[in-house]
Design a protein around this ligand. Structure first.
Ligand code: BTN
Length: 246
């Protein structure tokens, strides 16, 4: 991962470029990284603010032989690799919040967006977009998200080397990915649950249809959250905003 690296100064979105390169046959492990994105995208059609020289904005192309419903496993794999890399390069100890946010003190540090090119049976490529707030100062964030977002340098109170962080992520991801292809999802699932702030705790999940409070028991092999309510019913949560219950 990262052997074939496309470095760009300014792009609209590294995801968009990665989709195009994947279509054109880019090799597995190709990475597109940019200093700045003018139209960075987040999950749920949100925008991802990507100012110049401050963050790690990149997209990674993988080509695993897996069915499409297993693609979310790779989001979890990326999250584990990023947490491990951050712990190696800095003194920050981040948590993972289901499904794929990485937080410090409940503020968002990293976002991951996984998209794929696939037919019903087979994944052709998985594109993992990673946005890490590295050297932003608080005033770099729009005032409406200042209380929700943070960066490694805000947490560390010094500049963090973005190249070293990226290199660490590539190495961690590569070794987890090799294990994943050989032995399946077990190791990633175990590590992910150990870094998660929600698993084993009481949480509130707000889905489009309902608000459910209960005990977060774990995740399934498809990345679905298992939430046991007070009647003992286990709900399979596919998509929700979750919050620790106080
Ligand atoms: C989220 O909503 O939390 C996911 C944010 C993902 C942002 C990254 S930055 C690099 C890549 N290119 C994009 O346009 N988005 C992802």
């Amino acid at each position: 991962i990262g052997q074939n690296l496309h470095y760009e100064e300014t792009v609209d979105s590294t995801q968009k470029i990665a989709h195009r390169l994947a279509q054109e046959g880019a090799v597995e492990g190709t990475v597109i990284v940019a200093e700045e994105q003018t139209a960075g995208r987040g999950r749920l059609a949100r925008k991802w603010y990507s100012p110049k020289y401050t963050g790690v904005w990149m997209s990674i192309i993988l080509r695993p032989a897996i069915p499409p419903q297993h693609a979310p496993q790779l989001t979890l794999l990326a999250a584990v690799a990023i947490v491990q890399a951050i712990q190696e390069v800095t003194n920050v100890l981040p948590d993972i919040k289901w499904p794929n946010d990485i937080l410090v003190n409940n503020k968002k540090l990293v976002g991951i967006l996984t998209e794929m090119q696939a037919d019903v049976e087979q994944v052709h490529s998985v594109i993992i977009g990673i946005g890490i707030n590295v050297n932003q100062k608080l005033e770099h964030f729009d005032s409406d998200i200042q209380h929700l977002a943070t960066s490694l340098s805000i947490e560390e109170q010094k500049e963090v080397n973005r190249a070293a962080l990226m290199q660490a992520i590539f190495l961690k991801m590569e070794s987890l990915y090799e294990d994943y292809l050989e032995n399946g999802f077990g190791l990633v699932k175990h590590l992910w649950e150990s870094y998660s702030i929600s698993i084993g705790k009481r949480i509130i999940a707000r889905t489009l249809k309902a608000t459910i409070e209960g005990h977060a028991k774990g995740i399934t092999n498809d990345g679905v959250l298992l939430l046991e309510d007070d009647n003992g019913t286990v709900h399979h949560i596919h998509s929700a905003d979750i919050e620790l219950s106080s």
